[in-house]
Design a protein around this ligand. Structure first.
Ligand SMILES: [Zn+2]
Ligand SMILES: [Zn+2]
Length: 448
């Protein structure tokens, strides 16, 4: 209802004619068909690299990688295995392929998780910093002139998940490593709380949140009302942006909202989720999009205001690592993506999703990264604005929805087209797309 009434007006490409007395005025409006009429900006999004330095192909499948935690690798090859985190070779091939894509984006966002999934005793603060340094240098070597905006993940700390609310060795090291990309004001808050904001284009501000402070397994922040003062900082930052007529993109590792694979489960603690959703609603008119990682799967969410009107698009990027745990039915192929936006008003236009078919890459001993899909083409959308995504998500609700089947294949980065998401699975998926707060989520999930 909200969306239909909203699309008609801006579709007028060449302006609206206003009659005043006998004279006719042409009033220019922002063009919708910006492919032709205005510039397209681009940025890369990489997430969850999870380098496993121990990865090597060997006769004993339980010894291929520490990250399989003693379980046998499934079908190991030089580019990895679905039971393991990324070999360096795979990460390298991803950045090498990114370099060949033209035109090159203006900047990159990198939403965290560099170290491997290994038992606590196999890592240390020093090792975590070493892996973060290695990944920072790898990106820098491939893109010496590209600004990169990182966010901290739950694995970018030792012990994992326990990111603190004040300065420490890891936040300080991150600030040193990323000083080549970030301004002094950004480095200051990064050093203190693991978050920052920076103007990345004229009138476009990037806010990098440390959502690991709100992550359920983080014991440091239990019962805190505002860990590291980040909520207050976020409100202040967004308020200043609003007054300066800036648009904002929000990046973070752990996403807000409900998990697409686990019913009734928020990724961050529920009380923090409610607060974050409220702030994001209050400033939805200036937030052009949200970009997350952590789940390792490809998904979208649509933030609606309290009246149910779709107000902001949110995107969760799949991982570069192909790892799955032994209990998971399916995994994801390695992936990264590019977003297109309108350079005049920073509206989000499209996603170009790239992936590596890991099984084929291992068979052919060659990392042939490919375009997996273009979002607007795959689903016949005009753009990736909240209304377009909202209508898409609504179409998923139909029985035997082909669009949903395609979405679910993308969710696993084309891992296996035999995996079926049954009705219960689909309801969990669709409710996580459409409902980010507990009241609306409960209503969604209880539909008979
Ligand atoms: Zn991860
Ligand atoms: Zn994570």
């Amino acid at each position: 209802m909200y969306c239909d009434s909203m699309v008609a007006l801006p579709r007028l490409l060449f302006g609206l004619l206003l009659f005043r007395g006998l004279r006719i005025y042409a009033v220019p409006l922002a063009p919708v068909n910006s492919e032709h009429l205005s510039g397209i900006g681009r940025f890369w999004h990489v997430s969850d690299l999870h380098l496993d330095p121990t990865y090597h192909v060997t006769a004993d499948p339980t010894k291929v990688c520490s990250s399989s935690k003693g379980f046998p690798a499934s079908n190991p090859g030089i580019f990895g295995d679905f039971m393991c985190d990324s070999p360096y070779q795979t990460i390298l091939s991803a950045f090498q392929h990114m370099k060949t894509v033209t035109p090159q984006p203006e900047f990159m966002i990198w939403t965290g998780d560099s170290p491997p999934h290994v038992p606590i005793g196999e890592l240390s603060t020093d090792l975590v910093i070493q892996v973060m340094r290695n990944m920072t240098q790898t990106i820098r070597q491939h893109f010496p002139d590209m600004p990169v905006y990182p966010a901290l993940g739950n694995h970018d700390y030792w012990p994992q998940d326990q990111l603190p609310t004040s300065t420490n060795e890891i936040y300080q090291s991150a600030a040193k490593l990323w000083a080549l990309w970030l301004k002094p004001e950004a480095l200051e808050t990064l050093r203190e709380g693991g978050f920052y904001s920076q103007l990345v284009q004229p009138k476009l501000r990037l806010v990098s949140l440390n959502t690991v402070l709100y992550y359920s397994p983080n014991k440091v922040t239990v019962n805190m009302s505002d860990p590291a003062g980040q909520f207050q900082w976020l409100r202040d930052t967004l308020e200043t942006s609003a007054q300066s007529m800036e648009k904002v993109i929000v990046i973070a590792h752990v996403p807000v909202g409900y998990l697409p694979y686990a019913r009734n489960t928020t990724a961050i603690r529920e009380v923090y989720n409610e607060r974050l959703v409220k702030i994001f609603r209050d400033y939805s008119d200036i937030i052009s999009g949200h970009y997350y990682g952590h789940t390792h799967r490809d998904s979208i969410m649509i933030l609606k205001d309290v009246l149910g009107k779709p107000v902001t698009s949110m995107f969760v990027s799949p991982a570069v690592t192909p790892i799955k745990s032994v209990t998971q039915q399916y995994s994801n192929n390695p992936a990264f993506r590019m977003y297109h936006f309108d350079t005049q008003d920073y509206r989000m236009l499209d996603i170009w999703q790239y992936y590596l078919n890991l099984t084929e890459a291992n068979q052919e001993k060659r990392a042939d990264w490919q375009l997996e899909y273009v979002m607007t083409e795959a689903f016949g959308l005009e753009d990736i604005q909240p209304c377009s995504l909202f209508k898409l998500a609504q179409s998923f609700e139909m029985e035997q929805s082909k669009a949903f089947q395609k979405y679910f294949q993308h969710y696993m980065v084309s891992y296996d087209d035999h995996v079926v998401c049954d009705e219960a699975c689909k309801l969990t998926q669709v409710c996580s797309l459409l409902s980010l707060d507990s009241v609306s989520y409960t209503k969604c999930i209880e539909v008979p």
